[in-house]
Each structure stands twice: as structure tokens, then as C-alpha cells.
Ligand binder design. Structure first.
Ligand SMILES: NC(=O)c1ccc[n+]([C@@H]2O[C@H](COP(=O)([O-])OP(=O)(O)OC[C@H]3O[C@@H](n4cnc5c(N)ncnc54)[C@H](OP(=O)(O)O)[C@@H]3O)[C@@H](O)[C@H]2O)c1
Length: 172
């Protein structure tokens, strides 16, 4: 199993503001997220799942981390399962036997709390970081990537509608 973060942050590391992503409106990045995660397992925190506003994303297996999994209610479908677990470790254990059907690359899609725990616990093999070359206001952040631990292996710069870069980091 490969554990990969998919994240977009600003130069000042902001990823979220008031429960949503900052207003950078990058259609190409949204498409990258959709194309990358389609057909795969996505692990996320409860607040990130709530930012989907009650809709699971089609053709993805959602594993949602919450301290109160028993209290969560969501009617999931066979094409877009949604399950609740009580830790990142439990999410990974649940994902393992599902990779045969849903792909070996499992995406950690946020938010700030879950990204930080995954990095602190060395539960991250790869990072797809969309770096938006502006500063944004917000209340949720992505940690600085430790370049002693991760190597930048790919970079593609985009200039419109605002300058940003698709960066790939791989654990050394
Ligand atoms: N720009 C991006 O790429 C991107 C990606 C994803 C999200 N975001 C943004 O990030 C923000 C959300 O991030 P966030 O950091 O506030 O929240 P989050 O990481 O999405 O979710 C936090 C929740 O996860 C659960 N949780 C966290 N650690 C846990 C643990 N050790 N054990 C059990 N449960 C645990 C708790 O749920 P309970 O409270 O239910 O116990 C906690 O309240 C939003 O603004 C969202 O739009 C941005």
C-alpha cells in the first residue's frame, strides 16, 4: 500500500478557511484531484468529510476518522462507500484488504489534523502538493515538508488563473 497525501496550500501553508478551502478557484487542480482519487480509497477527517456537504464523491471509498464513529450516520452506496473509524491506524488497517479492489495507492485527503498526524507518525509515502503562489487568510494549515525526509521528484508550473505548481514529493 502506498499512502499519498493530496493537498493544496498557499505560500503561507493555508489549506482551509471556515470549513472550506480558500477561494483560489483552480479548476485544473480540482480536475487533478478528481482524476487522481477516482476509483481509490480516500482517508479523511470528519471535518473534511463534512465539507462535502452531505454528498459522498462518486466512485471512491471514503474512510472518515472521528472520535465518535458510532454517532455518525450516512447512507452510503456500493459505488461510494462511507465508513467511520476512530483513528488513522484503524483507517489504514481497514484499507489494507480493500486495495485489491480499490487500488494500492490510498489517498489521505485532509484536513489539517489528519495530514499532520500522518506526517508525525511516518504514515506518508508520497505527497501531491499543489502550491498556490499567493498568501491566503485561513485557519487550517499544511505542515512544512521536511526535505530531509522527502525528495521533490516532479514539478509542473501553471500560470493561470493565478500562478501555482503541481509538486510531487517521495519519501527517501
Ligand atoms: N486545501 C486542501 O487540500 C484541503 C484538503 C482537505 C481539507 N481542507 C480544509 O481543511 C479544513 C478541515 O481540516 P481540520 O484540520 O479542521 O479537520 P479534519 O482533519 O478534516 O478533521 C478533524 C476531525 O477528525 C477527527 N480526528 C482528528 N484526529 C483524530 C484522532 N486522532 N482520532 C480520532 N478522530 C480524530 C475529529 O473528528 P470528531 O470531531 O468527529 O471527533 C476531528 O474533529 C477545512 O477547512 C477543509 O476545507 C483543505
Amino acid at each position: 500500500m502506498i499512502l499519498t497525501h493530496v493537498v493544496a496550500c498557499s505560500e503561507n501553508r493555508v489549506i482551509g478557511a471556515q470549513g472550506d478551502i480558500p477561494p483560489w478557484n483552480l479548476a485544473e487542480d480540482m480536475k487533478f484531484f478528481r482524476d487522481t482519487t477516482k476509483g481509490h480509497i480516500m482517508i479523511m477527517g470528519r471535518k473534511t468529510f463534512e465539507s462535502f456537504k452531505g454528498k459522498a464523491l462518486p466512485n471512491r471509498y471514503h474512510i472518515v476518522i472521528t472520535r465518535e464513529p458510532a454517532k455518525q450516520k450516512f447512507e452510503s452506496t456500493e459505488k461510494s462507500p462511507v465508513v467511520f473509524v476512530s483513528s488513522l491506524e484503524e483507517a489504514i488497517e481497514l484499507a489494507k484488504p480493500l486495495t485489491a479492489q480499490w487500488g494500492d495507492e490510498v489517498f489521505i485527503i485532509g484536513g489539517g489534523e489528519i495530514y499532520k498526524q500522518a506526517l508525525d507518525k511516518n504514515l506518508t509515502d508520497k505527497i501531491y502538493l499543489t502550491l498556490v503562489h499567493r498568501e491566503f487568510h485561513g485557519d487550517t494549515y499544511y505542515p512544512q515538508i521536511d526535505e530531509k525526509v522527502f525528495t521533490l521528484t516532479n514539478r509542473r508550473d501553471v500560470e493561470t488563473p493565478i500562478p501555482f505548481s503541481f509538486l510531487t514529493y517521495i519519501r527517501k
